[in-house]
Structure formats: C-alpha cells, structure tokens
Unconditional design. Structure first.
Length: 231
C-alpha cells in the first residue's frame, strides 16, 4: 500500500481513464472515498490530494467527522440508515445512497421538509437478490420509484447497489449491466420528480467493471485507505 494521497491519485486517474474509455467525459464518474472507521487525519490527507467526496456508513461517525473537516466536502451517506437516525443527517449530506424502503424515504422527506429543503436520494437495489443484503429486489424497484416520487422533501436521483463480493471484477459485470438497464427503463417512464442521472456502483474490488458499465459514483475505501479493522 502507498500513502493515502498516492492511492487516491492513482485510483482517481484510473477512474478517469475508464470513464473516457466508456465513452464519457472524464468527470462523469465521481470517485467517492469511503472513509468509514478511518481517522480524520487520513481524510485530511485525501482532501489535500484533491478529494471532495467522502462516503461514510455510520451516522454517529459521520456527524462527528463533519465539523472536523473543511466545509466544501460533499458527504455521502452510503450505509444502511435507520429511520430513527435520519434526523441527525438530513441537511448535512450531499446524497443519501442506500434508501431501501418507502418508510425510510418518508422519514427523510419529513425531516427535510422541517428544514425547508429537499434531500437527494438513491434507491438501493439488491441486484443479485442476495439473502444477506438490504435493498429493493429488481422487480420491486419500479413500484418503489412510483411511490417515493410522490413524497415531498425527497428527490430520487438514481439507483445504488453493492454487488456481490467477487474475486474477479468481471463476475459482477452482469449485475452492473442490469443496474444500468434498470435505470434506463425507469428513466423512460418519465415519472415526475424522478431523475435517473446517478448510478452508484463499484467498490475497491469491482469499480473497474462498474465504470465500464456506466457508474457515476464509485465508492472506494480499501484501495485508498487500506484494510479496515472492525470494532
Ligand atoms: C465499505 C463500503 C464501500 C467501500 O468498500 P471497499 O471494498 O473498501 O472499497 C462501498 N460501499 C459501501 C456501501 C460500503 O459499505
């Protein structure tokens, strides 16, 4: 492993090259540095290297870190969000990636309205229908979009998935391809208040394939900050 700064720059360059290779402009896929469990010094190092998008999984950790770092950071809530914790993060995040129920979307809408704002959200899809994963099943997504689109205070910006753990990123290509297709299908319905411009997919082990299949946000932790120790 190199330094955080070197790692960030090399992943960023790779993401840019892959984005161009996929037929898009180099800035059409954003590298989100996933900093969960990592100390703020490491985030600061990534910031100094140019990173402005950070992803966190735990509400308490996110809320603790925000005031310790510069105000121009875009914070991405990427973890499983419990309804009772929504109030702590609304208004502080750029994007909430893992909305996996209508109930959660309603609470985000309610808390956002209290603050007079609209929160951008992504609907999480369990694209491989794994037992252990959160998210809507692929065949539930359309109904969820239609229902959530009517909730004031939230705006659907696209879809998010965590593909299965893989040895070879090619193994997940089919899932990323299916995610892109799902987002195209939903876009075609032209539902009011639904924008399908974001697709959050790809992690350290498979971002190479995800970018190729049209990801607009790759969420990369280990390849930038090193392995995590869980408490
Ligand atoms: C931890 C996490 C990541 C980053 O995973 P790495 O394999 O360390 O790159 C991405 N997305 C979600 C939802 C995560 O929880």
């Amino acid at each position: 492993m190199g330094t955080v700064s070197d790692n960030y720059i090399s992943v960023l360059n790779e993401v840019k090259q892959l984005t161009v290779k996929s037929g898009r402009k180099e800035d059409e896929c954003t590298l989100v540095a996933v900093s969960k469990t990592k100390p703020v010094e490491m985030l600061r190092e990534a910031y100094e290297a140019g990173c402005r998008d950070f992803g966190e999984n735990y509400v308490q950790e996110l809320v603790d870190k925000i005031p310790q770092l510069p105000g121009d950071i875009r914070w991405h809530m990427i973890g499983h969000l419990q309804t009772n914790k929504v109030k702590y993060i609304v208004g502080k995040t750029f994007l909430i990636h893992g909305v996996d129920s209508v109930k959660l979307a309603r609470e985000i809408g309610k808390q956002s309205e209290k603050l007079g704002l609209v929160s951008d959200i992504l609907l999480e899809v369990n694209i491989a229908s794994e037992e252990s994963k959160f998210g809507f099943k692929p065949d539930e997504v359309t109904d969820a979009v239609n229902e959530i689109a009517q909730i004031p205070g939230v705006r659907i910006r696209g879809l998010m998935t965590s593909a299965p753990i893989c040895e070879n990123p090619e193994q997940n290509r089919v899932f990323f391809h299916n995610m892109k297709q799902l987002s195209i299908d939903i876009k075609k319905q032209k539902t009011d208040n639904v924008c399908m411009d974001y697709l959050s997919m790809g992690m350290s082990g498979d971002y190479v394939t995800a970018v190729d299949e049209g990801s607009t946000f790759v969420r990369v932790g280990t390849a930038i900050f090193g392995a995590r120790e869980y408490h």
